[in-house]
Write a protein that binds this ligand. Structure first.
Ligand SMILES: Cc1ncc(COP(=O)(O)O)c(C=O)c1O
Length: 445
């Protein structure tokens, strides 16, 4: 690991000044002294001073294969040299191939005679927006059920269904939204304890439908693991109960797999498969493009094709993005990254659980595969959220060459979501670094 000279630090400071002048003040930046990442290779990134970091956040749960993977870069270069943009008014071979691959892998199980189809867009927000459009048109209803503590994006509709006031407090939604109770066991909204609770949070959905909707609900949308909400990981019974209730009322279920898709949770391709539930539609982005701007909706064709008006996405499915995503998919499958995520994820989880036992400021370690959250608290007894502690951990780990993310309603949950290609040595280094950081936070309490 190399440190940068003063001229490089001046470089970042100068860029920060320009950033603040021309970009909105709500565009959050990490760290007291924000850094510019200028290069990446596999699980490593380098800043403009030349300092090397182990990337344990992956560009917000996105860089799933790793940085600058040769086969993905080569595929992009080749396609860029041929044609970058045509619009979907013309046939696009990589888009068709990608749709075939994704629909074949989707867990959506429509009734006989109904296909699964894909529609490509440029981001997760747009994918959520499109899924809402399909569901509301299909069901002729603007009623949506979402979860408290959720995050679905920053557009009019997507932020409107986001159940986290840190992101949605100033939005005005055109949708009629009911918020159901998430399975946030560490801070159970019902003040119960799993498993004695009987997963009452899931059972409460029936009451939400009966008391706050007309019964004609367009869809329920939920993240299999709440990402921005702090990697809140429901127990195994949660989604099967929720889906059973939705089926009783004939309400479609949309799984927001923007963070949990593509093997991130280590068990299967999709987070919702870990719950053995078959959604009616899914939204995907982030890991789908390994950094390329691409999102998609996969859904039952009858839902998607309920649109009777024209629709288009100028950039959705463009040759560059779909070629990149196809090469990423090849890489994930050939390298068997979801199994690596399961194996190294277990190693990381075991190491973090050990730290949870040692440090009172580590309230809970949770998650699946390589989507692991660490909830920082002032002490294990009060469970008071410790946002400053999380911020301090981030500074200490950054100084020591490991980048981690944070989230949660109180900004006190560290988020670990490295590329799925990390090794046990990488995980061991992250654990050692977090050990040092937790000790420093503990000493200050
Ligand atoms: C679960 C979920 N859905 C949707 C989005 C929105 O995706 P994007 O930022 O690509 O618009 C995000 C982004 O963090 C997300 O985590």
């Amino acid at each position: 690991m190399t440190g940068g000279g003063a001229e490089f630090l001046d470089d970042a400071a100068e860029l920060l000044g320009r950033h603040r002048d021309v970009l909105p003040n709500w565009l959050a930046l990490y760290y007291k002294e924000p850094i510019e990442l200028v290069r990446g290779e596999g699980t490593r990134v380098w800043d403009s001073s030349g300092k090397e970091y182990l990337d344990f956040f992956g560009g917000i749960v996105t860089t799933i294969s790793g940085h600058a993977i040769d086969r993905i870069v080569d595929a992009l270069r080749e396609q860029a040299g041929k044609i970058a943009h045509t619009s979907t008014l013309y046939l696009i071979r990589p888009m068709v191939e990608l749709a075939e691959r994704l629909t074949a892998r989707s867990p959506i199980a429509p009734p006989d005679g109904v296909d699964v189809k894909a529609f490509f867009v440029g981001s997760g927000t747009e994918a959520v927006e499109a899924a809402l459009l399909f569901a509301t048109t299909w069901r002729r209803s603007n009623e949506i059920i979402a979860l408290r503590n959720s995050y679905h994006g920053r557009s009019f509709g997507a932020v409107g269904i986001t159940g986290n006031r840190g992101w949605s407090a100033t939005s005005f939604s055109p949708l009629n939204v009911s918020y159901a109770v998430p399975a946030y066991c560490y801070r159970c909204p019902l003040h119960l304890t799993y498993p004695e609770c009987g997963v009452a949070c899931a059972e409460d959905l029936r009451n939400v439908i009966e008391t706050t909707t007309s019964g004609e609900v367009a869809a329920m949308i939920a993240e299999p693991i709440q990402g921005v909400g702090g990697f809140v990981t429901p127990p195994p019974e949660y989604f099967p109960i929720v889906k059973g209730i939705l089926d009783e009322y004939g309400i479609p279920f949309i799984a927001d797999e923007v963070q949990t898709g593509f093997g991130r949770t280590g068990v299967t391709y999709w987070g919702i498969e870990g719950y053995d539930v078959q959604p009616d539609a899914m939204v995907i982005a982030k890991g789908h493009g390994n950094g390329m701007a691409i999102g998609a909706v996969l859904s039952r064709a009858d839902m998607m094709e309920s649109l009777k008006a024209n629709s288009i996405s100028t950039f959705g499915g463009n040759p560059l993005a779909t070629t990149f995503a196809l090469a990423n998919l090849d890489n994930i499958e050939e390298q068997d990254l979801q199994h690596n995520a399961r194996r190294v994820g277990k190693f990381l989880m075991d190491g973090l659980k050990e730290l949870e036992d040692r440090y009172d400021v580590v309230g809970e370690v949770r998650g699946k595969g390589l989507m692991l959250g660490v909830e920082m608290v002032r002490d294990g007894g009060s469970r008071e959220p410790h946002a400053e502690g999380a911020a301090q951990v981030m500074e200490v780990t950054k100084d020591r060459g490991v980048l981690v993310g944070k989230g949660g309603l109180y900004g006190n949950v560290l988020r670990l979501s490295p590329p799925l290609s990390i090794t046990e040595e990488d995980a061991a280094r992250a654990i050692e670094t977090l050990d040092v950081a937790f000790r420093e936070v503990q000493e200050k309490v």
